[in-house]
Design a protein around this ligand. Structure first.
Ligand SMILES: [Zn+2]
Length: 112
């Protein structure tokens, strides 16, 4: 259910983009979904199918990619994807969560 405002916002952004770039039709949209967000790709697809009607993105294909949360080592400063633990793969130091990473969604690419 919480995907609804996301899809609404996404369609608005796509409308703006197509207006600015004189795009008449969007064929494909690549989305990055943060692993920490609770967005379901199937729900996004469902709302999108309903709400894109009459917009330039109507009937566009959605593809999803999971965006991992990132960690930053407090010792050597390297950043890496969160996978198993909080140990830095470079130096073994302790890493902290990079605020905002792996959450929300991004429109990474559109094909027209
Ligand atoms: Zn390190």
């Amino acid at each position: 259910m919480h995907e609804l405002p996301v899809v609404e916002e996404m369609i608005n952004a796509l409308d703006e983009e197509s207006g600015a770039k004189h795009i008449s039709r969007i064929k494909e949209i690549h989305l990055e979904i943060g692993e920490l967000s609770s967005y379901e790709s199937s729900s996004i697809q469902m709302y999108f199918d309903i709400m894109s009607e009459g917009h330039t993105c109507e009937g566009a294909r959605l593809s999803f990619e999971v965006k991992k949360a990132m960690l930053k080592c407090t010792k050597c400063g390297s950043t890496f994807e969160h996978e198993k633990g909080f140990d830095c793969p470079v130096c073994g130091g302790d890493a902290v969560y990079v605020k905002g990473s792996g959450s929300g969604y991004t429109i990474s690419r559109i094909l027209v």
